[in-house]
Design a protein around this ligand. Structure first.
Ligand code: G6P
Length: 492
């Protein structure tokens, strides 16, 4: 295979780096995947193929004649983006029924299985005439994009596109296919929610890759176990290899780092200062912070319940502490997400009513996507809570500590991807144990200066050890090794 460092890469994901409004204005896509891929695409020559997600995107795609066009990266450099327009009804079935919630809920253990999901024609059709079609549209774009390139490298991303690799493999057996999954890989029984045919197709789709990557060793182990349990495939757990149809699929963990320099640069913007001034004017003795997409996996409700409990058990902290929650509304076309937002607002009202006073609101809820406002809060928190029930990486757990200026304490759920790296210096909580979280809040707020310093320093050290360039290089090194025919070795 040709040297990948010189070769153009093709990246494929559902959400692209930017979204176009119908008036042509641009906004940046949100979520961990976009953050990761923006780094990747601006580090090397790459064409990023993504779904056109609204009318503005579709207009932009048509204006480009369905071809790739250049976009400037906010962190410097530029890359080519190709937006793929799918049938509107098919896309809605793909995104709002099958990918979210069906797959997302399975992979985050969110189904309340005695009640949901019911698998009926609605769900099966969402798979057959939604998920499959959108995957096919993106696969077609990939095949067109790599036409003429010999032994191209295609990097597919996330749970929206499990079928793309097989669709590409059928037409380009010479392509090197790499898939990174940004969310947890749940244990085998959770997948039994899906009808066997659908499940098998999804697994065969992703197993058409040469390499499958995850954020943690634990997701890698789960994936290998699933291949054994659900498909009865031959698996080498030590080497992280699945054998299927005379091929080997390497399964690897590449924890995603953040770009500390770029994140700190954002935190120094003038607009951040304005938010800081305001925040410092209203600041009580202590600030507790959470920053998340308003997603069910993030466990927002238990976070507020724990704060409620903490205030009840430690009345000496009343009027001295504020819990600021910046939540970006997400997937509001999916009913489960809309309801979740309503429940969040209702609980905040209850807690504020129970403990608040005429000039103190215990929880300050900000339902908006404003990176600069979040940065201002990152700089000044005393406690940062990331209590997700189960979650892929949780980049916020890495962003907070490198921007924070007060040696703030991180409270971190043991089921977040970031915990595998940061657990040692965080206060670890079981995300379901509300009392444990209330205790952790108290412990964080009463911790000695020395311990805070020690923990904060430890977190910063780990977070800055690797950067997104390393993440990409680690993956490309494996691509080169495998393409050159190297044997898999024990992962240790
Ligand atoms: C997570 C997923 C991404 C997704 C992001 C935002 O980080 O892993 O694939 O893009 O959430 O969700 P959205 O549905 O808005 O793209």
């Amino acid at each position: 295979m040709a040297e990948t460092a010189q070769q153009p890469l093709v990246l494929v994901s559902n959400r692209g780096p930017v979204t176009f409004d119908t008036d042509g204005s641009i906004s940046r896509g949100t979520g961990g995947l976009v953050t990761a891929l923006t780094g990747l695409a601006s580090h090397r020559r790459a064409t990023w193929i993504a779904s056109a997600m609204g009318r503005g995107d579709a207009d932009r795609a048509r204006a480009a004649g369905g071809r790739a066009f250049s976009v400037d990266s906010p962190s410097g450099g530029s890359y080519d983006v190709r937006l793929v327009v799918s049938d509107e009804v098919a896309y809605e079935r793909f995104y709002s029924i099958f990918a979210n919630p069906m797959l997302w809920f399975i992979q985050h253990y969110l189904w309340d299985q005695s009640n949901a999901p019911d698998i009926r024609s609605h769900e099966v059709e969402a798979y057959e005439y939604g998920y499959k079609l959108v995957n096919q549209d993106l696969a077609d774009a990939v095949v067109e994009e790599i036409d003429g390139a010999s032994e191209p490298v295609v990097m597919v991303h996330d749970y929206h596109l499990y079928l793309v690799p097989q669709m590409v493999r059928e037409r380009r057996p010479d392509a090197f296919l790499h898939h990174f999954v940004h969310i947890p890989w749940s244990q085998s029984d959770s997948w039994r929610v899906l009808p066997t045919k659908i499940r098998d197709e999804l697994y065969r789709g992703i197993l058409a890759n040469d390499i499958v990557g995850f954020h943690t060793r634990s997701y890698r182990r789960n994936f290998l176990q699933c291949c054994e349990d659900l498909l009865e495939l031959e698996v080498d757990h030590d080497q992280g290899v699945v054998r299927i149809d005379d091929r080997e699929v390497w399964v690897r963990a590449y924890p995603l780092p953040i770009d500390a320099k770029a994140t700190r640069a954002v935190s120094r913007r003038a607009r951040v200062r304005e938010f800081e001034d305001e925040l410092l004017r209203r600041r009580r003795d202590f600030l507790i912070l959470r920053v998340d997409r308003a997603d069910l996996s993030k466990n927002v409700l238990r976070g507020f319940s724990a704060f409620d409990l903490f205030l009840e058990q430690h009345p000496e902290f009343r009027e001295r502490v504020t819990f600021m929650a910046q939540l970006m509304p997400s997937r509001t076309d999916v009913p489960e997400y809309r309801e979740y937002l309503e429940r969040i607002e209702a609980l905040v009202a209850v807690v504020n009513h129970r403990h608040g006073t005429p000039d103190w609101m215990p929880i300050q809820l900000k339902l908006r996507d404003d990176v600069e406002e979040a940065m201002a809060a990152y700089r000044h928190y005393d406690v940062h809570i990331v209590n997700a029930m189960f979650d892929g990486m949780n980049l916020v757990a890495k962003e907070g500590p490198i921007v924070n200026e007060r040696d703030g304490v991180s409270i971190l759920s043991e089921n977040t991807g970031a915990h595998e790296e940061l657990g040692e210096f965080a206060l670890t909580v079981n995300p379901f144990d509300v009392q444990a979280l209330a205790n952790a809040i108290h412990r964080a707020l009463t911790m000695s200066v020395e311990e805070r310093e020690h923990r904060a320093e430890g977190l910063r050290g780990i977070i800055t050890l690797r950067d997104p360039g390393d993440w990409i290089d680690e993956q490309l090194a494996d691509v080169r090794r495998k393409a050159a025919g190297a044997a898999a070795v024990d992962l240790g």
